[in-house]
Ligand binder design. Structure first.
Ligand SMILES: *Cc1c(COP(=O)(O)O)cnc(C)c1O
Length: 220
């Protein structure tokens, strides 16, 4: 059995087991296969194993890899999980089904303009700088209420979730719990958190999407 197929089966099993332990419906947790830097052949292997949802961190790389794949597999869903420059916002709106990295007011305005212009409405998650790290992207937790209001009232953007990347080298659980609380407080149904090393903990804390790269495709 090819290793990507094997990895996907193992991860699906682990997601299901963790969900049941946490008394959650496994179907409420989406596996986003993070295929950044990996070639089309590996993505095809994942598609053959039944995976339909993928995440990429660069607009141009995603365009190059997924235009052909999508022509053959119209049911693929694509998430943007990396920083989005405003000059690529329109291309991102055309390509992605979910943009997980709305992280600043200027991008909110640019995305709103691009959505009006193209008629496409990808789902939007706000990236939260959950560890309040100066070098990291994302809205600070204390500024989230104001940012959500700006998205809604000034730009007419419907935000449906939050995404975070906890600080490296620390216990992620308190950060996952905080993202969960923030999402609940604002009635946002989607919580994207957890990667290869910590997705089980994220599921226990209420993740609705886990973003897994290395554990599926190997190291980058
Ligand atoms: C690369 C990346 C992932 C996947 O990380 P792995 O450790 O390879 O599973 C998840 N989320 C974001 C935002 C990433 O950039």
């Amino acid at each position: 059995m090819p290793s990507i197929t094997h990895n996907l089966i193992a991860i699906r099993g682990q997601i299901e087991a963790t969900a049941r332990q946490a008394q959650r419906d496994p179907a409420s947790i989406q596996l986003v296969a993070i295929s950044k830097t990996h070639p089309v052949e590996k993505i095809q292997e994942a598609i053959a194993a039944g995976q339909r949802c993928f995440g990429e961190n660069r607009v141009q790389e995603a365009q190059q890899k997924f235009s052909g794949l999508r022509a053959q597999n119209p049911d693929l869903a694509l998430h943007l999980i990396g920083a989005l420059q405003t000059n690529k916002a329109e291309a991102a709106v055309q390509l992605f089904d979910v943009i997980e990295t709305l992280d600043r007011p200027k991008l909110a305005k640019t995305l709103a303009d691009a959505m009006r212009k193209t008629g496409r409405r990808p789902r939007l998650y706000v990236e939260v700088n959950i560890g309040e790290e100066p070098q990291k992207a994302g809205i600070l937790p204390q500024l989230l209420p104001e940012f959500l209001a700006t998205c809604r009232d000034e730009h007419g953007l419907a935000i449906c979730g939050l995404m975070c990347l906890p600080p490296a080298g620390r216990d992620p659980v308190p950060f996952f719990e905080q993202l969960r609380r923030l999402a609940d407080r604002h009635a946002l149904p989607h919580r994207s958190m957890g990667m290869s090393s910590d997705f089980s903990q994220a599921i226990q804390c209420g993740a609705t999407a886990v973003r897994i790269g290395t554990a599926i495709f190997g190291s980058r």
